[in-house]
Design a protein around this ligand. Structure first.
Ligand code: CMC
Length: 431
């Protein structure tokens, strides 16, 4: 924690409290209320944590008003265009860009852990063929704690490191196998001569019956999707991982909890929901009807891929994603893709609409990612597992940072209780 840089005065009833304030390296100051209950006998009330910083962190910074996203200080657009996913993984995990030798060593370590324990593969056949791959991911990642006993002791830095490398290395294998299982094709084992993104495409799309050449442009687009999803500060799934980890749970259990949280349509599940929405709209002439529905207070429909808790400006990831969508569709010769036409026109009309302008609703990362993934050949159900695969490094980096923090304690929010006060039990015959 930085040194105290100010004091906030809070008065209520007959109490007057002085609360310490801290200044971040960039972003708004924070008021430290950790002693508020002890000193003032009151809690704060902040459902959805809209004004609450739950930790200090050095990993990722977002300026939602300006549409800025930095990992360890580096802007996401620079990382997406000049770096690659495994280098970004190193940056997030260890805090600095690697030297050539450090990168080579890191890539070697990740590559040597890509295979799953052979017995884990039996887990898949316990699922129905129509299981959502996110359900399989939650189960299989949680089950890793039953297979890798030598990396579940969170007090041992070496075990924490091995668990981290294992999850980054195995997540593509786990996700690809979930896909292969649901389409009834044989599992394809990882190939360590391929880079991270190419290996994932190979495990998803190659079949034993014929040769599969990974297209380098698609592999680059895949890598960029991974990079754009690598971390995003204290979002719902990351906070879930931190909360699970705060009890001392093992790393595989914590990441499984993060995957479960990511699944929801307000979070990582939005990429699937967005593509389904674009398909439902179908043609540009139907866009006004859907915009009207999104604005209607009595209709629960929302424009998926629009809006963000933190960004009140363009999501910087969406800008890169839109450019990537153009490149990939162009490469595949489907630049007149009707979904892309609907997406672009929907974006244009929404941005011109006063409702979206007033509420500062802009396209988020999920608005264009589904179009790219579908063009690559992924079914919609695989979009969120791909997000989970990429976010694993962010979750792990945040989990490791939390464990190394001397201030770390079990997360335990309080509540504003509005239920019954104490009353006496009534026997069933008297109710
Ligand atoms: N379509 C129509 N109206 C919206 C939308 C939308 N997509 N998003 C927010 N609003 C309205 C909302 O109805 C509310 O209006 P009012 O003030 O009149 O009640 C206002 O904007 C503020 O919305 P909120 O729900 O209070 O804001 P939030 O910060 O709690 O929610 C959100 C953020 C991302 C959950 C929300 O914008 C949303 O549901 N978006 C669609 C789902 C989506 O694309 N999620 C992906 C997020 S980015 C990927 C990730 O990080 O997981």
């Amino acid at each position: 924690m930085t040194n105290q840089t100010g004091t906030a005065k809070l008065s209520f009833g007959d109490k007057e409290l002085e609360l310490p304030m801290y200044s971040p390296s960039v972003g708004p100051d924070v008021i430290d209320i950790s002693k508020l209950y002890a000193q003032g006998d009151v809690f704060t009330f902040d459902p959805g944590f809209t004004s609450t910083a739950a930790c200090d962190s050095t990993i990722t910074f977002i300026d939602g008003e300006e549409g800025v996203l930095l990992h360890r200080g580096y802007p996401i657009d620079q990382l997406a265009s000049k770096s690659h996913f495994l280098e970004v993984c190193y940056l997030l995990l260890y805090g600095a860009l690697p030297t050539a030798a450090e990168l080579e060593d890191f890539e070697f370590r990740v590559t040597r852990h890509t295979m799953l324990h052979e017995q884990m593969i039996k887990f898949y056949s316990g699922f129905r063929r129509d299981a959502h791959p996110m359900a399989i991911m939650v189960g299989v990642v949680g089950a890793m704690s039953a297979f890798y006993h030598d990396s579940t002791d969170i007090a041992d830095p070496w075990q924490r490191e091995v668990a981290s490398i294992r999850m980054i290395a195995k997540m593509p294998t786990i996700a690809a196998m979930a896909y292969k299982y649901t389409v009834g094709q044989p599992f394809v084992y990882p190939r360590n001569d391929l880079d991270y993104a190419s290996n994932f495409l190979h495990m998803c799309f190659s079949v034993p019956a014929e040769n599969y050449e990974v297209n380098p442009i698609l592999s680059r687009a895949m890598d960029r999707i991974f990079t754009l999803h690598a971390d995003h500060e204290q979002n719902a799934s990351t906070s879930t991982v931190r909360l699970a980890g705060s009890s001392g749970a093992n790393p595989f259990a914590c990441i499984a909890a993060g995957i479960a949280c990511l699944w929801g349509p307000a979070h990582g599940g939005a990429n699937q929901a967005c593509l389904e929405m674009l398909k439902e709209i179908g043609t540009v002439d139907r866009i006004p009807e859907y915009i009207a529905r999104a604005k209607d207070k009595d209709d629960p429909f929302r424009l998926m891929g629009f809006g963000h808790r933190v960004y009140k400006n363009f999501d910087p990831r969406a800008k890169v994603m839109k450019q990537s969508a153009d490149e990939v569709l162009d490469l595949l010769g489907i630049e007149n893709n009707p979904l892309l036409q609907v997406a672009k026109e929907l974006e244009r009309q929404a941005l011109e609409d006063p409702y979206f302008a007033e509420k500062k609703l802009f396209p988020n990362v999920d608005f264009y990612s589904g179009i790219i993934l579908e063009a690559m050949g992924f079914p919609t159900a695989m979009f969120t597992p791909i997000f989970a695969l990429a976010r694993t490094v962010g979750w792990i980096s945040q989990w490791k940072e939390m464990l190394a923090d001397p201030k770390q304690k079990i997360g335990r929010p309080r509540q504003l209780y509005v239920g019954e006060t104490q009353r006496d039990y009534v026997d069933v015959e008297n109710r």
